[in-house]
Write a protein that binds this ligand. Structure first.
Ligand SMILES: *Cc1c(COP(=O)(O)O)cnc(C)c1O
Length: 397
């Protein structure tokens, strides 16, 4: 069937919440995707930082197929083995003590916010606590997650949102301090801001926030839904800074395509936080996603993906820096590891559309940033191929 027919059918049936790229993707292999016309694309988006192992990873596919034949879902009224294995592995790599599995990133944020509120409620014996979040942040689309997302454009149509949220400027400790009061129960931020335009936290800022939290019994929630799971060359980006959160959120590459997220916390938080009846989910942490998370983490550790990301990430940085030097309209590179952004003075959406014609998938962030979040298994040759294609595109602008 012709791709135009597929796209027309999609636009008739699906709610129009996305302006999609004008291709229909059909299959993937390694770091390449193929559309229904058989055209091949080098994938530097990885389904928005999800497909850490690219496509068709045999061990992963086999594990999921085997689990489907055994048992996919039980509900959380029972124990199941895959999620126990997944939880142990997740706690190992995250250095947290307890984890709750969700179905998405937004739900992980919802859980983290509830966990922080319950902690403060238990400690103080009353509610009415506030959360400090960051301008330019992104935490998801549900009403709670949207309420802590520092983007007026996303929020406005859905007001009134959850009250008790204050916004401070990212990488500006004074701005955060101004918002702290005896009501503050948590400070929430992305260790590396993703959707907002790829802004890593500064060492000074993150350390300052940790001290501020410690001095006031405020919980630090780090949202590592995009920057975690090896993407920065560390299993979680906070390790680079040596600043451990009290609550951590994960999703995206956690399931590598299986829809799963997580929020995790230290024992200190868990003791005063969510108890039976306080939180739940029907699907969350079922055997199917458990098998996925278990295998993803097993492979990430076995193949030492963070070390690979540090190496190939350094090479990518070098290549991108050269593009910044060469093209006047590319003004800056920002990022860590395989989470990189090029700041363009031309519309990023036009560049990504042209890149597609060249057989390269890149996406945008924050309006004017070309975002690169490729599969973590890319090699230097793929970076070269990307740069070659991108230069052909840049020549048009
Ligand atoms: C993608 C993302 C979310 C939301 O995750 P969903 O699975 O889309 O709900 C939250 N926080 C960050 C940092 C993200 O990148």
């Amino acid at each position: 069937m012709n791709k135009q027919i597929y796209m027309d059918e999609a636009e008739r049936a699906l709610l129009h919440t996305y302006n999609r790229f004008q291709i229909v993707l059909e299959k993937g292999e390694g770091v390449y995707l193929y559309d229904t016309d058989g055209k091949k694309y080098l994938d530097f988006a990885a389904g928005i930082a999800v497909q850490a192992f690219g496509y068709g990873k045999k061990e992963y596919n086999d594990a999921l197929k085997a689990q489907i034949d055994k048992l996919c879902h039980t509900s959380n009224l029972f124990y199941n083995v895959p999620i126990i294995n997944a939880a142990k592995r997740f706690l190992d790599i995250s250095h947290m003590d307890r984890v709750f599995f969700t179905n998405s990133g937004a739900e992980a944020i919802e859980g983290a916010v509830k966990a922080a509120k319950k902690y403060a409620y238990t400690r103080d014996g009353h509610g009415g606590h506030e959360i400090i979040s960051m301008n330019r942040s992104f935490h998801g689309r549900t009403i709670g997650a949207l309420s802590v997302t520092g983007n007026a454009h996303y929020q406005e149509p859905f007001e009134p949102l959850m009250p008790g949220v204050r916004f401070a400027d990212y990488n500006d400790l004074e701005s955060v301090k101004k918002n702290v009061s005896e009501k503050t129960c948590a400070i929430l931020l992305e260790t590396v801001q993703g959707e907002g335009g790829i802004y890593p936290a500064t060492e000074e800022f993150l350390n300052g926030i940790r001290t501020l939290c410690d001095e006031n019994d405020i919980l630090l929630i780090l949202d590592e839904i995009q920057c975690g799971m090896g993407r920065t060359g560390y299993m979680f980006a906070w390790e680079k800074y040596g600043v451990k959160p009290d609550i951590l959120t994960s999703a995206k590459a956690l399931g590598c395509g299986a829809p799963v997220g997580a929020f995790a916390m230290t024992e200190k938080v868990a003791e005063k936080s969510l108890k039976p009846g306080d939180h739940g989910t029907t699907y969350g942490g079922n055997p199917f996603v458990g098998a996925a998370v278990d295998k993803v983490i097993e492979l990430m550790v076995k193949e030492n993906i963070p070390a690979h990301v540090q190496k190939v990430g350094a090479y990518l940085e070098e290549k991108l820096n050269a593009l910044v030097e060469k093209y006047d309209f590319i003004t800056e590179r920002r990022g860590i590891g395989l989470m990189q952004g090029l700041v363009c003075e031309k519309p990023a959406a036009e560049i990504t559309a042209e890149a597609l014609k060249e057989g390269l998938i890149v996406i945008s962030a924050g309006g004017n940033v070309l975002r690169m979040v490729p599969p973590l298994i890319i090699e230097e040759q793929h970076v070269d191929e990307m740069a070659e294609k991108l230069e052909k595109v840049f020549a048009l602008f």
